[in-house]
Design a protein around this ligand. Structure first.
Ligand code: DGL
Length: 266
């Protein structure tokens, strides 16, 4: 069966987008690529992440997908434009413009963005917010400890709560009321982030977290070509390193058994 939608990330983060895909477009067949050989992306130079995004897109195009979701803020910042230039007639969705749009909806005041260092350095979220509202203040913060915590199955650990506590302090001082989860791994840290907010104990600091995936999948649903007759079936998974461990952690995060994760050769 040819998959209808291709999704990729460096590892487990894109599962937050996959969950949303299952909710909004139930049953649509998806091929999910996890580039676990290269995780984390956030510490790599932007050109390296761009090259990986293009190789993953090439792989999905060869598999026959009708639409690609770059389920990674870092890949979106580094490679969305390059992939659009390479595949001008293929609908491609990232997480940054949808995240900015969702954050501006019914909010005032400065917007916080937590993301990988590479995404923050690119200032892609600031540009996306300013494209819609040029005077809105944006405060971006790199949180490099978060991705390894999710990848190692420790998203709900005390270590995650302590890291969240440290990262949230400057956002509190900046007076943000809305925080974009600018890396797709981060929604898995929401319980730790909420516990850290309780520990901070400032009644004025009750930020709303924005997960870009809902808006990104809405874009995908609009862009999916009507003529494509989506195929229905279970999601297939492939990982570029240690597919077994990926399958075990993905099963825990999705609450369903993921078996038969294939090897991905890029
Ligand atoms: N989940 C990706 C993102 O949204 C990649 C994180 C990483 O591998 O550093 O940025």
């Amino acid at each position: 069966m040819t998959p209808t939608i291709g999704v990729f990330d460096s590892g487990l983060g894109g599962l937050t987008v996959l969950k949303e895909l299952h909710r909004q477009l139930p049953g649509t067949s998806v091929l999910y690529l996890a580039d676990t050989a290269n995780v984390p992306y956030g510490d790599k130079p932007i050109e390296v992440v761009r090259d990986l995004a293009l190789r993953l897109s090439d792989h999905l195009v060869s598999a026959g997908v009708r639409l690609i979701i770059m389920a990674s803020g870092t890949s979106t910042a580094a490679g969305l434009e390059a992939a659009q230039a390479r595949y001008p007639s293929l609908p491609l969705v990232g997480t940054i413009a949808p995240g900015a749009r969702a954050a501006l909806l019914n909010t005032t005041g400065p917007i916080g963005v937590i993301a990988t260092n590479a995404t923050v350095q690119s200032l892609a979220f600031t540009r996306a917010v300013h494209a819609l509202e040029p005077t809105r203040q944006v405060f971006e913060l790199g949180c490099p400890a978060f991705v390894p915590l999710v990848e190692s199955g420790n998203a709900e650990s005390l270590g995650a709560e302590t890291a969240a506590y440290e990262y949230l302090q400057p956002l509190r001082l900046a007076g943000v009321k809305t925080i974009i989860l600018g890396c797709t791994h981060f929604p898995f840290l929401l319980p730790a982030l909420h516990r850290a907010i309780c520990r901070i104990g400032d009644p004025e600091f009750r930020p709303r977290f924005v997960d870009p995936s809902e808006e990104a999948v809405r874009d995908a649903a609009c862009l999916l070509p009507h003529s494509s007759n989506p195929s229905y079936g279970p999601t297939s998974f492939a990982a570029s390193s240690d597919p077994e461990t990926f399958g075990r952690h993905a099963s825990a995060l999705l609450g369903e058994t993921i078996s038969n994760v294939e090897w991905l050769t890029l």
